[in-house]
Design a protein around this ligand. Structure first.
Ligand code: AMP
Length: 392
């Protein structure tokens, strides 16, 4: 996989259009978390230092196309960005007919989803956007699984199309973990349901040496192995699929290790009383809500020998402290392992933050949808088009 990178180009005096991910959470019109804006700063600064005429473009929320709506305006982002950069970044409301920017200056183009045809990747719209720039830069991995006018179409028609530093780094980390990994490669797939992650499990089963399942997903695998799970969350109609995943791993000398002890409760609530027991002792009215300490220690030992670790999804209901032990132990084992580690997805990022270990993971992907689609082995359209452009 080869793509052109922004760092390969000279941007002086060029009109440079950067697709950013400024889809930040807003509360009462105020930005409640500006991580995404901060993440974009090194790329923006480097382009400005070179004297680029910078146009930043992003979506925010889900407005109705063709209609301006104050609630989805990027105005709060323009204000925050100006503060962080220490210089004014004006917001341009109507930009499709042309934008004036001085070299070494940046403007923010108003929410691209106000344009009719953005989500459908309309060709005429994409051509108009491409005409604004000499260089198109995609720096928004979180939207790479969507073919839209500012993520895909524009890359077809812009004179030059390349990846910005954030996108390049994300692709490098994902490639390092899955395309040419140091072995053994261990993947952890936790969370609520097998059905939402079946393609991920299938794909990973083909690639990894060890597949650790957790949460509700592990319950279905336990059923497949003939273990009792009481009234725990599970999908009995997917037991055969779970069995096939285990067979695939076994056939190549790997395994899907299942819990030996679990943390149970009689009800699903923040106040539920947690009881740790051996899996053989799970009662009819038990809900399995976490793995037990012996299981966590065994998984930790396994991860200590891994060369690469990929993680998506918690091992238990980590939102309730009494059922967070398994996921916490897992996060700590990943941090302690010499393996290159890659973690991603909404709940996983929340778990890492809760346990305060985000900075000690090799790479953390905050892009939920795009991250899972990459794990599913799907080609991301926004990346595919950059590859096609690099081939000429
Ligand atoms: P997902 O979005 O599929 O990654 O699922 C994450 C959610 O699964 C979290 O909110 C957890 O609380 C939940 N979860 C994890 N383990 C269990 C379990 N054993 N039973 C029920 N829910 C679980």
């Amino acid at each position: 996989m080869s793509i052109l990178k922004m760092s390969d180009l000279s941007l002086a005096g060029k009109r440079v259009l950067v697709r950013e991910d400024f889809n930040v959470p807003l509360q009462d019109g105020r930005i409640s978390d500006d991580t995404r804006i901060r993440a974009s700063l090194p790329g923006i600064r480097s382009a400005l230092e070179q004297g680029a005429r910078l146009m930043l473009v992003s979506h925010l929320g889900r407005p109705t196309e063709g209609q301006f709506d104050e609630a989805d305006s990027l105005a709060p982002v323009a204000t925050r960005l100006s503060q962080l950069l220490g210089e004014d970044v004006p917001l341009v409301r109507d930009w499709l007919d042309g934008v004036t920017v001085e070299p070494g200056k940046a403007v923010l183009l108003e929410n691209c989803r106000f344009n009719k045809g953005e989500k459908k990747n309309d060709e005429a719209l994409a051509r108009r956007i491409a005409a604004l720039c000499d260089v198109y830069v995609n720096d928004a991995f979180a939207t790479a699984h969507r073919a839209e006018a500012t993520t895909h179409g524009v890359a077809r028609f812009a004179p030059v199309a390349c990846a910005g530093p954030l996108l390049a780094r994300e692709l490098e980390a994902l490639g390092q973990a899955l395309e040419n990994p140091a072995r053994p490669l261990a993947a952890i797939v936790g969370g609520a349901k097998v059905s939402t992650k079946l393609t991920v499990l299938d794909q990973l089963a083909a690639k990894v040496d060890q597949l650790i399942v957790g949460g509700g997903i592990a319950n279905t695998f336990m059923l497949a192995a003939g273990m009792k799970i009481g009234k725990s969350l599970a999908e009995p109609d997917l037991v055969a699929e779970a069995g096939r995943v285990m067979e695939r791993l076994a056939a190549k000398g790997g395994s899907v290790p299942l819990p030996v002890d679990v943390v149970c409760a009689k009800e699903f609530s923040a106040a539920a009383v947690a009881t740790t027991k051996a899996v053989a002792d799970v009662a009819e009215d038990d809900l399995i809500l976490d793995v037990g300490p012996r299981t966590a220690a065994a998984l930790g030992a396994l991860l200590g020998k891994a060369g690469t670790i990929v993680w998506n999804g918690p091992l238990g209901v980590f939102e309730f402290d009494q059922f967070a032990g398994g996921t916490r132990a897992l996060a700590q084992a990943i941090v302690a392992s010499p393996a290159f580690s890659l973690a991603g997805g909404g709940e996983t990022v929340a778990a890492l933050a809760k346990f305060g270990v985000t900075d000690r993971i090799g790479y953390v992907s905050t892009a939920g949808g795009a991250f899972l689609e990459f794990l599913e082995g799907r080609k991301l359209p926004a990346v595919e088009i950059l590859e096609a452009r690099a081939r000429g």
